[in-house]
Design a protein around this ligand. Structure first.
Ligand code: URA
Length: 189
């Protein structure tokens, strides 16, 4: 699909989330729908969990503390935010930053899957166990982080969540280390 058609399809999908009143309770308590940001032709797509306070205010994913950390890790592999695509499973901020509910994640999955289909990235990096478990319910993040996974003909790299790593030195080292595999994976696909 050409870039213009991709943008049209993504706009349609975004409007569908609003028009279908997906997760009305979350929609009503949130300030903005946080759909996604970056290059819609990117080879690599990062998928987090749900927007936090800053993301809700700006309507953009990963713009708070964990976003800053994600940007720094991207820099270490010579990628900027505008060369990748970033989104979340759940597109509205859960109240008080609670974890998204199982139902909320399930309701957003068809929309996320369509978003992935349109962007068609070569590599999907899941950030945190919630994101990983939406695609691989049976996997444990502490076991498979940094190990490439296949689902259909898509490749996934499960990583720890930057927010979790920010407050845990060991996780942080592991995440930074796992992140360094991205260039060589992108080179082979
Ligand atoms: N954490 C997430 O999972 N997503 C965001 O957009 C911000 C923080």
């Amino acid at each position: 699909m050409g870039k213009m058609n991709k943008q049209l399809e993504l706009d349609k999908l975004k409007n569908q989330i609003i028009d279908d009143r997906v997760c009305p309770e979350l929609a009503d308590s949130a300030t903005n729908l946080v759909f996604g940001v970056g290059d819609i032709d990117a080879k690599i797509c990062f998928i987090g969990e749900a927007p936090g306070k800053n993301e809700d205010i700006l309507g953009l994913p990963f713009v708070g503390a964990s976003g800053k950390f994600l940007n720094q890790m991207l820099e270490t592999i010579n990628l900027s935010r505008d060369q990748v695509y970033i989104t979340n499973i759940v597109k509205y901020r859960p109240p008080n930053n609670r974890d998204p509910l199982t139902d909320e994640k399930a309701i957003f999955m068809p929309f996320l899957n369509r978003q992935i289909e349109i962007i068609n990235p070569k590599l999907i990096v899941t950030l945190g166990r919630h994101s990983m478990n939406c695609f691989f319910p049976e996997l444990t993040i502490s076991v498979v982080h940094g190990k490439l996974q296949k689902l259909g003909d898509r490749l996934f790299l499960p990583l720890f969540h930057p927010a979790a790593a920010l407050y845990n030195g060991l996780l942080k080292k592991t995440l930074i280390n796992d992140f360094q595999q991205i260039p060589s994976i992108l080179n082979t696909i």
